[in-house]
Design a binder for this molecule. Structure first.
Ligand SMILES: Cc1cc2nc3c(=O)[nH]c(=O)nc-3n(C[C@H](O)[C@H](O)[C@H](O)COP(=O)(O)O)c2cc1C
Length: 101
């Protein structure tokens, strides 16, 4: 998997190939709320997480998982606000500058 492209770098191409209909879920490498903003701007419907919630679980059990989700949500909302984007529906590719590696 070391040579596999990052999921975030595939979102735009997947969305372009599928069109507006199907859901696209970006899974893998989401660590910050701003990562979710980027994925949605590129065309994802949602993101999923694996390790981040496990880190919270390991640190503080159920409360740690809740804390992880709150951190991600707060960062997500803060990033939208700082970008001047009022809501998810308004979020679009023009709001970010993304160069796939
Ligand atoms: C401990 C652990 C076990 C996992 N087991 C599976 C699995 O059995 N099958 C699977 O498809 N993905 C598995 N995953 C992948 C997650 O479902 C998810 O795709 C991935 O963790 C998302 O990336 P992230 O950890 O960077 O957020 C596992 C991930 C972790 C951390």
């Amino acid at each position: 998997m070391d040579g596999a492209p990052a999921p975030i770098d595939q979102v735009a191409a997947v969305r372009d190939a599928l069109g507006d209909g199907p859901d696209v879920i970006c899974d893998g490498g989401v660590r910050r709320g701003s990562d979710i903003v980027k994925a949605l701007a590129l065309g994802a419907t949602a993101c999923s997480i694996g390790r981040p919630y496990l880190y919270g679980l390991a640190a503080a059990g159920e409360a740690g998982v809740a804390r992880t989700l709150k951190i991600l949500r707060d960062e997500f909302e803060r990033t939208l606000a700082l970008a001047g984007v009022p809501d998810i529906q308004t979020l679009a590719r023009r709001h970010i500058r993304h160069r796939p590696r």
